[in-house]
Write a protein that binds this ligand. Structure first.
Ligand code: SF4
Length: 434
């Protein structure tokens, strides 16, 4: 198999940089594995290690500092046939530490090569998360104050099933890299090397000294049997395939003719638990069944079952180029706190506007026509009122019809929930008469 090195862009690092060796070692590993460039994607981080992808004729992705593993994970999930190799320095590893731990826990089939030279080389030799406490670096004494991070210890603790530590000078490194790339699961290789331009200037360290420093540490040589388990992406696909599909929002076909020939702005003002957002969505789906364009914007507190809930729905036979509400055509006012949330909307309404107002809810002065509705007296529960209000709009065929509303219910609910929704409409038809 041919080399996958990019002949148009030979590796260029400072003289003596161990990254140069890593590039050629990785190429040998890929060559020995018989991989084609189209089989591989190299995802690089920022820093000198971030140049790696440009030296190979493979797919490539280069993103933000510390985030390479996140992109790599997405690529693996979307294109499981690719061998995804991530190159990161110790600097990027520290910056994206949580992503590293997450990758170990998740066990996607990625190979992470940590090009560990104990400093931020590209930016001038500042300390990184792996800088030894006794090292002398450009960021003065700061490394003295922190305990260095052991990449392999952390990887094993977090669940990585393949963990190896090696110097870049090791003769059988191509075989080790091939084993990591072949391994089905998350493989971490902590590759120790030297940055002669920065770190080695103040901390002379020969390849032999690097090797003997590694020998003094617990050996990490590949498969961690206690962490072996199923690879995430294949497991994910298997589990996802067992799930039944929900309602297909995009599958609503045009069945009816629009009842309006211009844009209508409808605002629901209620409280959490009143199914205000669901009401807006039903209105939207009903309008889509008549081929109309729809936007919906929701506004609610982060709290559950507490606080105001607002949804703004625009339906229009024409394209909706502005999604803000100017002068609402309809306001469905279901609760005091919902009304207070959009108090100013009422005075913007014209005489043509319609307000469906739950009896007992106070609203500001308005030019619009107010239709007070005795939901409570009619036995319509709070959580049913948004849907009951839709019944009133459908009854008056503006901007939806009863048939469109029934279509929206079928698109949204199944089984018992669908029956309950239909019962609400029946109840509304009985008790909410003019
Ligand atoms: S700064 Fe250090 S890591 Fe970067 S290319 Fe130069 S020697 Fe290599």
């Amino acid at each position: 198999m041919d080399s996958l090195l990019n002949s148009d862009r030979p590796p260029v690092f400072c003289p003596g940089c161990s990254h140069d060796r890593s590039v050629h070692t990785l190429d040998r590993a890929l060559k020995e594995m018989g991989l084609k460039g189209s089989d591989v994607v190299i995802v690089s981080d920022i820093g000198c290690s971030g140049l790696f992808d440009t030296f190979f004729k493979t797919h490539a992705f280069h993103g933000l500092h510390g985030r390479a593993l996140t992109y790599a994970g997405g690529i693996k999930l979307a294109r499981p046939h690719l061998k995804v190799i991530v190159t990161m320095g110790d600097g990027g590893l520290g910056i994206g530490g949580a992503h590293f731990l997450a990758a170990c826990r998740r066990n996607l089939d990625l190979s992470l090569l940590v090009l560990n030279n104990f400093n931020f080389g590209m930016t001038g030799g500042q300390f990184s998360c792996t800088t030894p406490e006794q090292a002398s670096v450009a960021s003065s004494f700061l490394n003295v104050l922190e305990k260095p991070f052991d990449v392999c210890d952390a990887a094993v603790c977090a669940g990585a099933p393949f963990v190896a530590r090696s110097s870049v000078y090791r003769k059988d490194l191509p075989e080790l890299l091939a084993a990591a790339i072949t391994f089905e699961g998350f493989a971490v290789v902590d590759l120790w090397g030297g940055c002669p331009a920065r770190y080695l200037k103040k901390n002379p360290l020969s390849p032999k000294e690097i090797e003997s420093a590694i020998e003094k540490l617990p050996p990490y040589q590949g498969v961690v049997s206690t962490n072996r388990r199923r690879e995430y992406s294949s497991h994910y696909r298997e589990e996802a395939a067992k799930k039944t599909a929900g309602v297909d929002w995009h599958g609503i076909e045009k069945t009816f003719e629009p009842t309006v020939n211009e844009r209508r702005e409808v605002v629901f003002l209620g409280s959490a638990g009143q199914r205000v957002i669901t009401g807006g969505t039903l209105l939207g789906r009903a309008a889509i069944s008549a081929g109309m364009n729809v936007t919906q914007k929701n506004d609610y507190h982060i709290t559950v079952m507490r606080g105001p809930s607002v949804t703004e729905v625009i339906v229009s036979p024409q394209a909706i180029t502005y999604t803000g509400v100017g002068k609402p055509d309809v306001i469905i006012a279901l609760s005091k706190e919902g009304v207070q949330k959009r108090w100013g909307l009422f005075e913007r309404m014209t005489k043509r506007g319609r307000i469906i107002l739950a009896a007992g809810v106070e609203i500001p002065t308005t030019d619009a026509q107010v239709e007070e509705v005795a939901f409570k007296a009619g036995g319509i529960k709070k959580k049913e009122r948004a849907l009951a209000a839709l019944y009133l709009m459908a009854r008056d065929r503006d901007p939806i019809t009863p048939e469109m509303l029934e279509e929206a219910l079928q698109q949204s609910f199944q089984g018992k929930r669908l029956e309950e929704a239909r019962l609400v409409l029946e109840k509304a038809a009985t008790v909410l008469t003019h």
